[in-house]
Ligand binder design. Structure first.
Ligand code: DGY
Length: 322
């Protein structure tokens, strides 16, 4: 019987294969005000054979060194910038993540945020609740069409291309920027044209971020980037907060360099810049991209399957990074 530590409550149905195989599963529930730091993680996982982690858990070299029995870290997310992959590799610890199973949920939510922003759903809801709705009016809360607008996708991977396919249904034209052009099948399925980052900034009406956070993408959206965008353009971020320099975004909104933003992630999550909280030109969400019952259950199951594969000594480990 192996000891498996899960650092946050997840959809238990997804963990069922672990219970059925008789493993001991400990599910932590840290105080939201005090998320797990390195010491708390070591304390919790010192005796663990497997660890199921969240993006906010610091899985550093020090944590891995102090958990000598650990055979796998299964990240319950697609992003894994919180895990020291090199340290895991050096210690022979397998690392997996959960791409694929949350693609549609995240792409749907990207459009939910975008539509809420351009059709002013947040203001409309408040208008009705506050009792201002007296009659149908021709110029009340006008938004903008998506049809014939240019969507610029930064990062045409699984989620980016799912967003592109949805955009086609809305009659948008799609361009994208990656460090390297995407594989031709993804490009074809997305009907997306590869452009430079500069061209994407200058020509897009909507820019949606779907790249991972790494050294190259950190603050990719800085003052210089916002200065090149159309004053009518909007930015959607359902990827990672630090890809956007939040101070620069606030300035761009205040100076009218861009028209609005829809943000599911923040530079200093869970803290949100006070100017964003005040602004009527932004729509905000608490990192909900993959938050559907189906996706979150599948994420937990993908972690459980990876853990079992390692514990059973299988050759093929699903969604293996290291
Ligand atoms: C991810 O999968 O990386 C998300 O941000 C968490 O749902």
């Amino acid at each position: 019987m192996a000891r498996i530590v899960v650092t946050r409550p997840v959809m238990e149905e997804g963990l069922r294969p672990l219970f059925e195989n008789g493993h001991q599963v400990e599910i932590l529930d840290p105080d939201p005000e005090h998320p797990l730091d390195e010491d708390a993680l070591i304390e919790a996982a010192r005796e663990a054979d497997a660890l199921i982690t969240m993006p906010s858990d610091p899985v550093t070299a020090r944590v891995l060194e102090n958990c000598p029995k650990l055979r796998i870290v299964a990240q319950h997310a697609v992003g894994y910038e919180n895990i020291d992959l090199e340290a895991a590799r050096a210690r022979g610890i397998v690392v997996t993540h959960t791409p694929g199973v949350l693609t549609d949920a995240t792409a749907d939510f990207t459009f939910a945020l975008l539509l809420a922003l351009v059709r002013r759903v947040r203001e409309a809801d408040r208008y009705v609740r506050e009792g201002h709705f007296k009659r149908w009016e021709t110029k009340l809360l006008l938004g903008h069409d998506l049809r014939d607008k240019v969507l610029g996708i930064v990062g045409l991977g699984r989620i980016g291309s799912a967003v592109a396919r949805r955009a086609l249904g809305f009659g948008m034209r799609v361009v994208y920027y990656n460090r390297r052009p995407a594989n031709p099948t993804i490009e074809r399925q997305s009907c997306a044209r590869y452009v430079s980052f500069d061209e994407l900034l200058r020509t897009s009406d909507v820019i949606s971020i779907h790249c991972p956070l790494n050294k190259e993408s950190y603050h990719l959206f800085d003052r210089a980037a916002f200065a090149k965008m159309k004053p009518t353009a909007v930015l959607v971020n359902t990827a990672r907060g630090p890809i956007v320099d939040e101070e620069a975004l606030v300035e761009a909104l205040e100076q009218g360099q861009i028209a609005g933003a829809a943000l599911d992630v923040f530079e200093h999550e869970p803290r949100v810049h006070p100017a964003l909280l005040r602004s009527d030109r932004v729509v905000l969400a608490p990192h909900l991209g993959s938050a559907t019952v189906e996706a979150r259950t599948a994420m937990a199951r993908a972690c459980a399957e990876a853990v079992l594969a390692v514990l059973n000594g299988e050759e093929k480990i699903p969604y293996r990074l290291v």
